[in-house]
Design a protein around this ligand. Structure first.
Ligand code: M6R
Length: 621
């Protein structure tokens, strides 16, 4: 099982350079080990190494790169779950003759049976992975029977035997100018250059060379040569594939002078918000993207579920307040990994909003499938064009945050909140729970948020200094109420994943029901304050909560609206954010928490973009 980055290339350049450059851009997908295979002379040159890509590059320098002189090859970065991240479990995997090489992303669910079959036939496997079985199966199909000497037919035959999700890239030393790739429920795109063709899990791998791409469908196979590509289904019939032009350029996938992608992505949040909102209010109405749902469908909705994971889930928790308030529909927000296991009550009048930056998250994808089986309508909120979740949904609203490379979600999270709000406004508009001028006013207020976020970004030096001070803390607690509660959860998640620090988010009202026992002298507690004007009652209750923790010696770090003087005496550290309407506060109050987590991680000497044990896209359940 794995979540990985894959790249394959056939062309006129040295394949090793192209593949390594592609892997560098895909390393965010997994960084437990890396490997390359180049079709060179009459054989395959392969090198694999546990750890970061840099280890592989060092190894290549050590053994010398002369043996890797071909112009066709493939590479892989791995995120291990089964089979330790050691050299022998790294990809590419080869068959016993060493003439077939395979890289794989996903899980082959029936691998135990396939492995037993191979072992019974006398094949000795050299790794603990499911992927290696594919290399042996392809080699055997190529060597014998109807598929003898036919690599595409051999790969098709093997794909038909595989259960589970996979992206595979396969080469055979006998056919050095051909690479065969296949996909089922795992990402794979083709890049079309001039005299060169690419396959990859993400366009970032080849954007340096071409922006012309082709999206593969489910259960499809692509044959790439330097002259082009051919798409087939698993039975060898020509299959339709969707060409598209990547609408961002190389600079979007580069750090642009920032030390880390995450810092660049935090800075890009105003643009991400503006791009996500652009074009969605036209002719006095909210307009969604591929809204294959009619206004009547939206009027028929009697319940909304938001399903998502991690930060995307937090974006749903924020949206619940707005959607319920604007539409008077009940909204349940559920972790996608729990959703289908508890028999949720769904029918054709249920709208399920599936939020996912990558559009690949296996838990969310399975929740979408479950919802559709129960006849619910599914609207995806996604940042990745053509990913599996939008493909399997009834409608899609894209967040236009651009590529997010840092593993910690930042700009995608803010864009998800904005997009979820557009869904809420579209529902309110169709159902008439808001007058058109009210919808227009809400959209206008949302449109002012890029500037508000820009102002927050102008004051990050204070938060960075605080981050350096807190780098030795053992734990940090986060408190909020109303929309500040999911912000507290998000702040804690950021700190856990980046700084490996114990961090918990609580609804401040719950403090006295248990968590207050955690308070001890010097413990940093971050409090997300509501507006004293917009939510006066909640504000005064939170002030009481702060004084309770202050009385017990906590160090209070308060995020409050500019000019909120009442809270000043209770704040050991006051971080001011611009005054914005209550429902939009998460868009400004989350930003200092992102900066804080990044700075603490940096001060502790951790890799901010690639936190340990994590990967950007989690394509396994
Ligand atoms: O691609 P998705 O939005 O579906 O990913 C969901 C979560 O895995 C993701 O938000 C994760 O929690 C982030 N690393 C949080 O920063």
């Amino acid at each position: 099982m794995r979540v990985c980055g894959i790249v394959g290339y056939v062309g006129h350049r040295p394949a090793l350079d192209v593949v390594l450059a592609g892997l560098r851009r895909l390393e965010y997908r997994g960084y437990d080990s890396a490997g390359v295979a180049v079709l060179s002379g009459d054989g395959l040159a392969v090198e694999r190494k546990a750890g970061r890509l840099a280890n592989l590059e060092a190894r290549l320098d050590e053994v010398g790169r002369d043996g890797f002189a071909g112009t066709a090859g493939m590479g892989h970065t791995r995120w291990a779950t089964h089979g330790a991240p050691v050299d022998r479990n790294s990809h590419p995997h080869r068959d016993t003759t060493g003439r077939v090489a395979v890289v794989h992303n996903g899980i082959i669910e029936n691998f135990a049976a396939l492995r037993a079959e191979l072992e019974a036939a006398g094949v000795e496997l050299s790794s603990d992975t499911d992927s290696e079985t594919v290399a042996h199966l392809v080699a055997r199909a190529y060597a014998d029977g109807d598929t003898r000497g036919d690599l595409p037919a051999s790969v098709r035959l093997v794909c038909r035997r595989l259960d589970g999700a996979f992206t595979l890239v396969v080469t055979h030393a006998d056919v050095p100018d051909l690479i065969v790739a296949a996909r089922r429920s795992s990402p794979l795109v083709v890049g079309i250059g001039d005299g060169e063709t690419f396959v990859a899990s993400d366009v970032a791998a080849f954007i340096e060379h071409t922006r012309e791409a082709v999206e593969l469908g489910q259960d499809q196979l692509v044959l790439i040569t330097r002259d082009g590509y051919e798409v087939l289904d698993f039975h060898g019939e020509p299959a339709p594939a969707k060409p598209f032009t990547v609408d961002w350029d190389l600079s979007a996938a580069e750090k642009g002078g920032h030390e880390y992608f995450m810092l660049k992505e935090i800075d890009e949040q105003p643009t991400a918000l503006a791009d996500t909102l652009r074009g969605h209010f036209a002719g006095g109405r909210i307009v969604l993207d591929e809204q294959r749902l009619s206004d009547q469908d939206l009027r028929d909705v009697d319940k909304v579920f938001v399903v998502a994971c991690g930060s995307a889930y937090h974006s749903g928790l924020v949206a619940k307040y707005a959607i319920e308030h604007w539409t008077r529909l009940p909204v349940e927000v559920e972790l996608a990994s729990e959703f289908r296991y508890r028999d949720p009550v769904l029918d054709r009048d249920t709208l399920v909003v599936a939020v996912s930056q990558s559009g690949e998250t296996a838990d969310t994808l399975e929740a979408v499938r479950h919802a559709r089986e129960q006849k619910a309508r599914v609207l995806a909120v996604c940042n990745t064009n053509g990913a599996q979740i939008p493909r399997e949904s009834d409608a899609v609203l894209y967040t236009h945050a651009g590529p997010e490379i840092g593993v910690a979600s930042t700009k995608a999270f803010l864009a998800q909140i904005a997009a979820n709000y557009l869904v809420g406004l579209a529902l309110a508009q169709a159902r008439g729970t808001k007058y058109p001028d009210e919808v227009a006013r809400e959209f206008h207020e949302l449109s002012a948020m890029p500037d508000a976020v820009r102002r927050v970004l102008g004051t990050t030096a204070q938060v960075q200094a605080l981050g350096r001070e807190l780098s030795d803390a053992k734990a940090v607690l986060f408190l909020g109420r109303h929309v500040g509660y999911p912000v507290a959860l998000e702040g804690a998640l950021k700190l856990k994943e980046l700084a490996y620090m114990h961090a918990e988010g609580f609804a401040a009202g719950e403090l006295k029901h248990g968590p207050i026992a955690l308070i001890e002298p010097g413990l940093p507690v971050v409090v997300v304050m509501p507006s004293p004007k917009g939510r006066a009652v909640l504000h005064s209750k939170l002030v009481s909560n702060i004084s309770e923790i202050q009385a017990r010696g906590a160090r209070t770090i308060v995020i409050a609206e500019e000019g909120d003087d009442t809270v000043r005496p209770y704040a050991d550290e006051l971080i001011e954010v611009p005054a914005v309407p209550t429902l939009l506060q998460p868009l400004v109050s989350t930003v200092p928490l992102q900066v804080l987590a990044a700075e603490i991680a940096r001060s502790r000497g951790y890799d901010v973009d690639k936190p340990r044990n994590l990967a950007k896209s989690v394509t396994v359940e």
